[in-house]
Design a protein around this ligand. Structure first.
Ligand code: HAS
Length: 549
C-alpha cells in the first residue's frame, strides 16, 4: 500500500533542493581532503591554489564544515522530509513552516561561507575558543541549526495530525526513526545554541571581552557527540526500513529496530565528556560516568548489526544463497544502492571498534589528538554515513527527478573505489596515529617526521587520491542523472521493507513517546546537570580571542 503513495511534484522539488545543496557542499568540501592527504605524503599543493585558499587550516576548516556539518544536515533534513511524508502517506501539515526552515538554513550557509572563504573563520569545525572567528560564522551556524529545528517542528505537526487520524496504529518505521533522529538533534543542539548565543556571538561582536574555553568545550561536546548519531541514525533508517526490501528480504525484527532507536535517543546525549578526558576542568568522576554511558551506547549499534545482518541473511537465502556464508554472495551486489550500504556497514565494524577503543580512558590518552582520531571518523561519518547517503542517492535522485540512474555499473564501481580508498587511508591514519603523529597538523611541513611514519603517510596520500576519484565519480553520476535532458517515467518505487511480523504486534511501549522522553531528560539532568551548574556558576569570561592563522 505504501508503494502507491505518490509524493507531490512540489514536495519532490523541495526535497531535491536539500539534496542539491548537500551535494554541492560535498563537492567543494571534498576538494580539500586530497589536498590534506597529499600534504601528509609530502606533495604540498597548497602553494598552487594560493591566493584562492590561504592555508592548510583554511582548507581543513572548509573540509570539516562543508562535509561534516553541511552535507550531512542538508541531506538528513531532506531525507527526513521524505520519510515523514512517504511513511505517513500524507503531505506536510504546514509546508510553509518547512520551507521557512529550509531557507533559513540556506541563508545560514551563505552567511557562514563568506567569512570561511575570506579566511576570517579558519577555526576548524569544532571552533574552540580562544580561536576567534568573524561573527558572521557563528551567526550563520546558528541559522543553519535553528532552520533545521523549524523543519523538525514541521515534521512534528505532520505526525501529530497523522496520529489523530490513526489512533492505535504503529508509526511506520521509517517515520518513527526519522522523528527520533530529529528529537535527539533538537535536544543535542541546545549545547551549541548556548555556546554561541551566550558566549561566542557576543564575544565576536565585542559585546563581552573574553570567552571561557572550558565551558565552551563542555557546551560543544554536549552537542558534538550526539551529532555523530544525528549523522548515523538516518543511515540506520535506511538499513532497517529500506535495505531489507532492496536486498529482496524482510526486516528481521520490527521490535528490535524500534528498541535500538529508543536507546539512541536515551543514551546519545549524556556522553560528551569522553571527548574531554584530557580537560583539567572536568572532575574524574564525571569522566567515569560518561565513559560508562559511552559503553552503553555500543549496545544499540550491536543490536543494529544483529538485526540488519539477520535481515540480509534472510534475503540472501531467499535469493538462493547456501552454506554458512553463501548468502552474502547472493545479495544484489550489482545494485549500487545496496552495495554502497553494505560496504559502508563493513567499514563501520572497524570504525565501531575504534570508537570503543577511544572510549577507554587509558587508551584515549594514547590516541587523543593523534591521526588515529580522523582515522576513526573517516570510517564512521565518511564511510557508514556517507556511503549510505550515496547509496540512498542512487535511488532517491532518480525518484525525485524521474530520470534513470546514469551508468549504474559505474555507480557500483564508485562504491568499491571509495571502499578501497578508505581502507588504505584510514588504516594508515590509525597506524601513524599510534606511532604518535598528531592530527590537524600539516605533517608534510613538519621538520620532525621520523622515518617509520613515512610509508604510512605515503599510504595516506594514495588513499586520499583514490577517495578523490570515488568522491567525484559520485558527484558526476548524480549530476548526470539529475540534469539529464530526457525525463522518463523511471518507475522508481521507494523501497519499504516489510517486517517479518506485523508491526501491530510490536509492544505498545515501543511506540510511546512520553516515557522515553522523560527518561531521556532525566538521564541528561543526572549526567550533565551538576557539572553544567558548577561550570556556569564558575564561568570565567577572561580569555581574549586569537587569530592564529
Ligand atoms: Fe566516535 C571521536 C567513541 C561512533 C564520529 N567520533 C569521534 C570524532 C568523530 C566521531 C567525528 O570515546 C572526532 C571528533 C573530533 O573532531 O574531535 N565513537 C565512539 C564510540 C562509538 C563511536 C564508542 N563516532 C561514531 C560514529 C561517528 C563518530 C557512529 C560518526 C557517524 N569517538 C569516540 C570517542 C571519541 C570519538 C571516545 C573521542 C576521541 C578523542 O580522543 O578525540 C560507537 O557508537 C561505535 C559503535 C559501533 C559499532 C559498530 C557496529 C557495526 C554495525 C555494522 C553492521 C554491518 C552491516 C553490513 C549492516 C560497535 C552496525 C553487513 C555487510 C555484509 C556484507 C553482510
Amino acid at each position: 500500500m505504501l508503494a502507491n503513495y505518490e509524493v507531490s511534484p512540489g514536495d519532490k522539488k523541495f526535497i531535491g533542493l536539500h539534496i542539491l545543496f548537500a551535494t554541492a557542499a560535498l563537492s567543494i568540501g571534498m576538494l580539500f581532503g586530497p589536498l590534506q592527504a597529499f600534504e601528509h605524503a609530502g606533495w604540498d599543493l597548497y602553494p598552487y591554489i594560493q591566493p584562492l585558499f590561504k592555508s592548510y587550516y583554511q582548507g581543513l576548516t572548509l573540509h570539516g564544515v562543508l562535509n561534516a556539518l553541511v552535507w550531512t544536515t542538508f541531506f538528513i533534513t531532506g531525507f527526513l522530509t521524505l520519510t515523514t511524508i512517504y511513511g505517513l502517506k500524507r503531505p506536510l501539515r504546514n509546508p510553509v513552516l518547512n520551507r521557512v526552515g529550509f531557507w533559513m538554513m540556506v541563508v545560514g550557509l551563505v552567511t557562514t561561507a563568506i567569512p570561511l572563504l575570506l579566511d576570517e573563520a579558519s577555526v576548524l569545525y569544532t571552533f574552540y575558543p580562544p580561536m576567534k572567528a568573524h561573527w558572521a560564522f557563528y551567526l550563520g551556524l546558528t541559522l543553519v541549526v535553528v532552520g533545521s529545528w523549524v523543519e523538525g517542528w514541521g515534521f512534528y505537526t505532520t505526525y501529530y495530525a497523522w496520529r489523530k487520524e490513526n489512533p492505535g496504529v504503529r508509526t511506520p518505521l521509517m517515520t518513527f526513526g526519522g522523528l527520533i533522529t530529529m528529537v535527539m538533534w533538537q535536544i543535542a543542539t541546545l549545547g551549541v545554541a548556548a555556546e554561541i548565543l551566550t558566549m561566542l556571538l557576543p564575544w565576536s561582536l565585542g559585546l563581552i571581552e573574553g570567552a571561557d574555553p572550558q565551558l565552551a568545550r563542555t557546551y560543544f561536546w554536549f552537542t558534538g557527540h550526539p551529532l555523530v548519531y544525528f549523522w548515523l541514525l538516518p543511515a540506520y533508517v535506511s538499513w532497517y526500513a529500506m535495505m531489507p526490501k532492496q536486498a529482496g528480504g524482510k526486516l528481521f525484527s520490527d521490535s528490535l529496530a524500534r528498541f535500538a532507536f529508543w536507546l539512541f535517543l536515551l543514551l546519545s546525549v549524556p556522553l560528551g565528556f569522553h571527548h574531554q578526558y584530557v580537560d583539567p576542568g572536568v572532575p574524574a568522576g564525571w569522566k567515569f560516568l560518561h565513559a560508562v554511558l559511552t559503553y552503553s551506547v555500543f549496545l544499540p549499534s550491536m543490536l543494529t548489526a544483529f538485526t540488519v545482518i539477520a535481515s540480509l541473511e534472510y534475503a540472501g537465502r531467499k535469493r538462493g544463497g547456501k552454506g554458512l556464508l553463501g548468502w552474502i554472495r547472493a545479495l544484489p551486489w550489482n545494485d549500487p544502492s545496496v552495495t554502497a550500504q553494505l560496504l559502508g556497514g563493513i567499514l563501520f565494524f572497524f570504525g565501531g571498534i575504534g570508537g570503543i577503543t577511544n572510549a577507554s580512558y587509558n587508551v584515549n590518552l594514547v590516541v587523543h589528538n593523534t591521526a588515529w582520531v580522523p582515522g576513526h571518523f573517516h570510517l564512521t561519518v565518511a564511510s557508514a554515513v556517507t556511503m549510505s547517503f550515496m547509496g540512498i542517492s542512487y535511488w532517491l535522485v532518480p525518484y525525485l527527478t524521474n530520470k534513470k540512474l546514469w551508468k549504474p555499473k559505474w555507480a557500483v564501481a564508485q562504491t568499491w573505489i571509495w571502499f578501497v580508498g578508505m581502507l588504505i587511508f584510514s588504516n594508515a591514519m590509525h597506524v601513524v596515529g599510534l606511532l604518535g603523529a598528531p592530527r590537524r597538523t600539516p605533517l608534510g611541513l613538519a621538520p620532525y617526521i621520523p622515518e617509520e611514519w613515512s610509508g604510512h603517510l605515503l599510504r595516506v596520500g594514495i588513499g586520499g587520491g583514490i577517495l578523490f576519484i570515488g568522491g567525484y565519480l559520485f558527484i558526476v553520476i548524480v549530476a548526470k542523472t539529475a540534469f539529464a535532458r530526457k525525463a522518463e517515467a523511471a518507475d522508481i518505487v521507494i523501497p519499504v521493507a516489510e517486517a517479518k511480523h506485523d508491526p501491530q504486534e510490536t509492544p505498545d511501549w515501543l511506540d510511546r513517546w512520553v516515557p522515553w522522553l522523560i527518561g531521556t531528560v532525566a538521564l541528561l539532568l543526572i549526567a550533565y546537570g551538576p557539572q553544567l551548574i558548577d561550570q556556569i556558576s564558575n564561568i570565567s569570561l577572561t580569555s581574549p580571542g586569537f587569530k592564529v592563522w
